[in-house]
Design a protein around this ligand. Structure first.
Ligand SMILES: Cc1cc2nc3c(=O)[nH]c(=O)nc-3n(C[C@H](O)[C@H](O)[C@H](O)COP(=O)(O)OP(=O)(O)OC[C@H]3O[C@@H](n4cnc5c(N)ncnc54)[C@H](O)[C@@H]3O)c2cc1C
Length: 240
């Protein structure tokens, strides 16, 4: 989600947000709609540390002003000072920059607002609901939450995308994006109660477009009664 750098930039500076310059080392078209850039971190990881689902605010210029967009760190390596960024491509300033990015290109990054609290008790079952924009975060969750079985409802076509799911314990259920997320909501409403039945400590992680995320979070908390602290929901992009 983006905002200009005006008041938001000023607030971030007051909060002593950390700014870094990332340099593209390598670019790879994973699919025609998903591009991975490996970057040198400009000292970011050493200064901030690393946590699951960690994200940064990247700054892009368009229409003569800065635009901020959030992206997730993939395989951060503090010793090497590198990580990757994975872009689900569509129309937009961030997508446009990523499509054209070549080794040597740079982008500014601010670290502010990211965080992660390991759910305690550890999840007996992880439920993740997302799409290509939140796939990097879902992958890092699957890595971080160890042996727990997981069910992932994935809005979109997962073919060719870099899923970290392990088939023996992680199940991916793909749902086409239709009716602005209504199809996903319906599938989750139909299927989630059976997945949650009998699991003592579920953890539900939701990151889709903002409206769908809100509807899913409300269903899980209110209709299914999953305790608030066991549900993490954050809208990752705003649909028109
Ligand atoms: C914490 C966090 C972490 C994120 N991590 C990632 C990540 O690792 N990889 C990633 O690809 N995205 C990630 N996102 C989502 C990304 O920030 C947004 O998709 C962002 O809007 C993209 O900016 P843009 O300039 O390309 O498009 P914008 O200028 O914001 O939007 C242009 C048009 O594209 C549409 N649009 C925007 N995003 C999407 C989308 N994802 N799918 C379909 N249509 C879209 C908008 O509705 C609009 O019509 C993350 C978001 C958050 C909040």
């Amino acid at each position: 989600m983006g905002q200009g750098r005006g008041w938001e930039g000023a607030v971030l500076r007051l909060l002593r947000a950390k700014d870094f310059v990332l340099t593209v080392l390598e670019a790879e078209d994973v699919t025609p709609h998903y591009r991975r850039l490996r970057v040198r971190d400009g000292g970011l990881l050493a200064a901030t540390g690393v946590h699951p689902t960690m994200w940064v605010r990247l700054w892009f210029s368009a229409d003569g002003r800065p635009h901020q967009r959030a992206y997730t760190l993939v395989d951060p390596d503090p010793a090497a000072g590198t990580f990757a960024l994975e872009f689900a491509l569509h129309e937009g300033v961030a997508s446009g920059w990523a499509r054209a990015a070549r080794p040597g290109d740079t982008v500014e990054a601010t670290v502010q607002g990211t965080g992660f609290r390991h759910p305690a008790p550890a999840p007996s079952h992880l439920v993740a609901i997302g799409d290509p924009a939140s796939l990097p975060a879902i992958n890092s969750l699957l890595d971080a939450l160890g042996p727990a079985p997981a069910t992932v409802w994935f809005e979109g076509d997962p073919a060719g995308l870099p899923s970290r799911a392990e088939p023996d314990r992680h199940e991916i259920r793909a749902v086409p994006r239709e009716d602005a997320g209504a199809r996903l909501l319906e599938r989750v409403r139909t299927e989630l109660p059976a997945v949650l039945a009998g699991t003592p400590h579920p953890y539900v992680w939701i990151a889709c477009d903002t409206a769908t995320t809100r509807a899913l979070a409300s269903y899980v908390r209110t209709d299914l009664g999953v305790p608030k602290q066991r549900v993490h929901a954050l809208g990752y992009w705003r649909a028109d």
